[in-house]
Design a binder for this molecule. Structure first.
Ligand code: WT7
Length: 643
């Protein structure tokens, strides 16, 4: 078989290995050289001053000064002003917009000027709550231009979910849509935002709400606060000066879920993050100047930040943005988007692939897909079968598939089979990128030394050295940052994932080892779900767990103990979660039970709950640590009755 035509064969490229060695030998020099990808107002004289011990400090290119929007736009005005920066397709037939670098720059400047006029200054937070429209990209870059910190909020959050993030970030301006389209559904973005602001009351710092006319629907506007986006930007000039930022100034904060407590505002830097976006976008996807790069993630996730917006634009590429769903109005819609626009790199999620696999193969086979060069997936483990289907059917056996492991906190890809450099292996994430120092640690008992796994083996996935894309802190809670990531495996960043390494270095991700559930790539903290349910007075306590799900990867199952035995409306429990967090987090199944299994110290034994919900009753493990081992049988029969 031809090596080039089948990326599963072949070996790691020499150049890649040289980079790995170079980054290992002299990380400081390697990362300083990578900083030259960017244009700086003053170049950094050193790379990392990070420290994973003590109070923990993440610091990259400290004395460098730059502006992110200038790096993504202005520099290309000189060399390629008429190149397409953004191709946007709406879900309605015929809705299509192409913006050149010159046009995108002009739009960004008009909004930057508008925000300045509204009193937004360097360091202020601006919340962006938009569907997949061009204005979402414009808004992020406009914030970057004036040094405001953007906080992109998912369109699927409930009003309470939005309110919580607005309170925590103290955003001063919100940019939202009148109404968003989602397949046949219309999402009332502005009304939900109004409810969120009402819920915040005096705790909100929001002075103005800019409303983008996405559908043109009439929505209530509060005089003095709400403004038409189009009317405001039309008043401004298409040029505006950039705010020169320090490399360690925050570029954005982005909320994500952890195993405990409320969502955390992950803070990313200006200089290090942008170096990482540029480096990984080029390395992982073997990016070429004439690529049409389509990352299908929503901009409200880190994947959207790094690979819809910053990575491709800082490297001068063309990004594809699509407003709609993969199979609406008909199966194969996304393959049409690829063919119509000549997409060359397609970066999507295992959930999308699994859904496409369920359709008849003729759907994908009837499309050309000849423009595709590289494929990628992210967000959840991809099974070898799904990998192979993606490779064979979408990639037609000739596009490398890069499964990419990373997290909101890592800023960009960390472990992957970089296209054209590292052969793909179905089901495995691949190798750490140059400069990424992966260590697997064996979990140890309290107070015990955790041995590092050498060579082949399995353990907790840690990173033993900082990298430029690493988050600097959690918004206004550095202590929580230190505790969350740097105490499980002292002196290292602990990801929350487990992993297995093969003898030749390939890494397989085995999944979260903490109480985080991954539903279709949505990261959901079980504590968040339980906190929401706790507001229901009919419930004494609850426990949420993730179980395997054919389509979504994992599904969320909740056990609730009612105050009054036997009586509880499970639909209400789902609604409480949907209202408090968002519809995407509503549990698949709610089991009403008399008791939850606990240890003698009162800790809920989730391992058992997971197994019972998944129907894996053969090997329930050691039950002797339970305070009431009897309760297990009762639990099993109560669940069986409700299945
Ligand atoms: C968690 C991070 C990375 C951007 C999207 C999600 C899981 C992510 C993979 C992968 C197996 C993966 C991990 C990780 N995950 N990519 N390729 N294979 N698992 O970002 O919301 O911060 O979630 O997603 O469990 O910790 P996120």
């Amino acid at each position: 078989m031809d090596k080039a035509a089948n990326p599963v064969l072949g070996s790691v490229s020499d150049q890649y290995l040289l980079n790995v060695l170079e980054a290992q030998r002299d990380p400081e020099a390697f990362w300083l050289a990578q900083a030259r990808r960017l244009v700086w107002h003053s170049e950094p004289s050193h790379a990392s001053r990070s420290d994973f011990t003590g109070d923990v400090r993440i610091s990259w290119y400290e004395d460098g000064r730059l502006n992110v929007a200038e790096n993504c736009l202005d520099r290309y005005l000189l060399t390629q002003p008429d190149k397409a920066a953004v191709i946007w397709e709406g879900q309605e037939d015929g809705h299509r917009t192409v913006l050149t670098y010159r046009e995108l720059h002009a739009r960004v400047c008009r909004l930057a000027n508008t925000l300045r006029r509204l009193g937004v200054s360097k360091g202020d937070r601006v919340a962006i709550h938009l569907p997949m429209v061009v204005e979402g990209v414009v808004a992020m870059l406009a914030c970057a231009r004036i040094g405001a910190i953007h906080v992109v909020l998912f369109g699927g959050f409930s009003a309470e979910g939005l309110a919580e993030r607005l309170r925590d970030s103290q955003a001063v301006v919100v940019i939202t849509a009148d109404v968003a389209r989602r397949g046949a559904k219309l999402i009332p973005s502005k009304t939900t935002m109004d409810e969120a602001l009402a819920a915040c009351g005096a705790e909100s710092a929001v002075r103005n709400v800019l409303v983008v006319a996405v559908t043109g629907a009439t929505v209530p506007m509060q005089a003095g606060r709400d403004l038409s986006y189009e009317a405001e930007v039309a008043l401004e000039m298409p040029d505006s000066p950039v705010e020169v930022m320090a490399a360690c100034d925050p570029l954005f904060l982005l909320y994500t879920s952890g195993s405990t407590g409320r969502p955390k505002g992950v803070v990313h830097s200006t200089g290090g993050y942008l170096v990482w976006a540029s480096f990984t976008h080029e390395t992982v996807f073997n990016s070429q100047p004439d690529d049409i790069f389509w990352c299908t993630a929503d901009t409200s996730w880190i994947t959207g930040h790094t690979y819809v917006v910053y990575g491709p634009l800082v490297n001068g590429g063309t990004i594809m943005i699509y407003e709609g769903l993969p199979s609406w109005p008909a199966p194969g819609r996304w393959w049409d988007v690829i063919d119509r626009n000549g997409v060359t790199v397609f970066y999507t999620s295992p959930t999308v692939i699994r859904a496409a696999m369920r359709e008849d193969d003729s759907v994908v086979e009837s499309r050309s897909l000849a423009s595709l060069r590289v494929l990628g997936t992210v967000g959840e483990p991809i099974s070898p079968e799904a990998w192979q289907w993606f490779h064979d059917k979408v990639g037609r056996n000739c596009c490398p598939v890069a499964d990419t492991w990373w997290q909101t906190e890592t800023g960009g890809v960390m472990i992957t089979a970089s296209a054209g450099k590292v052969p793909g292996r179905p089901g495995a994430a691949g190798l750490p990128l140059p400069g990424v120092q992966v260590e697997l640690l064996t979990p140890a008992g309290a107070g015990q030394e955790q041995p590092v796994v050498e060579g082949a083996g399995e353990g907790l996935l840690c990173l033993s050295a900082s990298w430029p894309g690493q988050a600097m802190t959690l918004w206004q809670d550095h202590e929580r940052f230190r505790q969350t990531y740097f105490t499980t495996c002292p002196g290292r960043y602990f990801s929350g994932d487990g992993a297995r390494r093969e003898a030749d270095g390939y890494i397989w991700i085995t999944g979260r080892v903490d109480d985080v559930v991954n539903v279709s790539g949505h990261r959901i903290g079980t504590a968040e779900i339980e906190d929401a349910i706790a507001t229901d007075h009919e419930v004494v306590e609850s426990a949420a767990v993730g179980i395997p799900h054919d389509l979504k990867g994992q599904g969320l199952v909740v056990y609730v103990v009612p105050r009054e035995e036997g009586v509880l409306d499970t639909a209400r429990v789902r609604k409480v979660v949907a209202d408090s967090v968002g519809r995407y987090a509503a549990p698949e199944k709610v089991y009403v039970v008399r008791d939850l299994p606990k240890t003698r110290s009162g800790k809920i034994v989730r391992r058992l709950l997971r197994k019972i919900a998944a129907g894996e009753l053969e090997n329930l493990g050691d039950l002797s640590t339970l305070s009431d081992p009897e309760c297990v049988q009762a639990l099993i029969s109560q669940v069986a009755e409700q299945q």
